[in-house]
Design a binder for this molecule. Sequence first.
Ligand code: FAD
Length: 464
Amino acid sequence: MSTLATVAEAARRELGSGFNGELTGPEDAGYAEARKVYNAMIDRRPALIARPADAEGVAKLVGFARDHSLDLAVRGGGHNGAGLGTCDDGVVIDLASLREVQVDPQARTVRVGGGATWGEVDSATGEHGLATPSGIISTTGVGGLTLGGGLGHLTRKCGLAIDNLLEAEMVLASGERVRVSGDEHPDLYWAIRGGGGNFGVVTSFEFRLHEVGTIIGGPTFWPVEMAAEVLSVYREFLPAAPRELYGFYAFATVPPADPFPSEIHLRKVCGIVWCHVGGEDDAAREMAPLLDALPEPLLHGVQPMPHPALQSAFDGLYPPGDQWYWRADFVNEVPDAAVDLHARFGADLPTMKSTMHLYPIDGAAHDLAPGDTAWSYRDATFATVYAGVDPDPANAEAVRRWTVDYYEALHPYSAGGAYVNMMGEGQGRVRASYRGNYDKLARIKGIYDPDNTFRINWNIEPEG
Ligand SMILES: Cc1cc2nc3c(=O)[nH]c(=O)nc-3n(C[C@H](O)[C@H](O)[C@H](O)COP(=O)(O)OP(=O)(O)OC[C@H]3O[C@@H](n4cnc5c(N)ncnc54)[C@H](O)[C@@H]3O)c2cc1C
């Protein structure tokens, strides 16, 4: 097949009427829309974008891509910063039609289609006062976030997303459909809990749910000039706080919109975004040692709210279509020299949406050992993410520059690897990010995907 249009034609012919779903090629109306992913810096032109309606369709598409030796990308929510949910010239399996969410409030589980977004999960589970750990933006895909680990507001209390993954249904490179759990294909169950999309297409996930109804959440902001002082207190306070209290440290520019008071609109700030699972009195008591150790903040916007409300609080600020440039690192500690560097780069945020977050990795995330799942950095204290963001493509180079400079200045203080879901340029860091788990992952990859059919990801090369 020589042209991109030929691939779509061949798919229609070969998959025929037995294929349940949509096939879109470059000649088709809707191609321009279908090929977009969340990060507008990613501009790829697949030969075929296929939206199967069921797992059988997924299996047929995997076979089609293999038969024609085409690159194969799998797209969940399309959020990946490096654009791992799409590819040039190959086949994209877009799972957007597999988004059913079924809650079992008695068993406290939720079954979720492989293409669902976290907002869909949170609103369905939230109706029962239940939740499972995920990320901080509701439009992120369940697929990519889970397979890479899953850090969020409930990490300290309930662990990573993968720590609550009970089972998954998958389509393997062979086209075989399997159920994966502690009892069935336990090697795969181990590998998909952190190993990304390397092992097959997950068509459904089942997660454990926790009682999480109203949480106490929101931001506390100080002027960015106080960044070093706030971070110095935060780095000691948070790891010692009870598991019910989560708070990530951030640099931000206050959006010029409600609910922020107009006098702080567009001010550069440092701060903490909180989520306390429990009552208001407990939250106030547990935050007090940090708040008492610091001067009066510009804003203490902490209040009771339903868990799904906090989960979608940043959605308006970060709609699809912005330019994003990502870098990341795990850190064990934040020494004084690193604090000073953070303060310097935080004061220099290049655009309103650019940010740095320090996500806590402790509490329940530390209950597992590095080898218990593929996600190896159980002993890290924080995951740092540097994200240069702006809607205007003319600022792409400015946000990229700031992100790279910031990352390079802080990287000497890192633990070595990075959280794979937040790496912007990562293939060279894959081994360091899986550390002692890499060789086992490569062996499992060699069993289930020896030809590396699933290679549009932070790739683990099959052994053997
Ligand atoms: C605004 C924003 C906020 C974020 N916040 C958080 C956060 O709070 N916590 C956190 O942990 N991460 C966060 N992330 C990072 C996020 O986890 C990754 O971007 C993740 O890759 C997104 O998953 P996706 O399904 O949307 O992405 P996609 O681009 O669709 O896919 C990413 C990778 O996962 C694979 N994949 C996706 N679904 C499946 C599936 N069903 N079966 C097999 N492979 C699959 C793809 O093949 C690809 O390799 C955030 C990202 C963004 C853009």
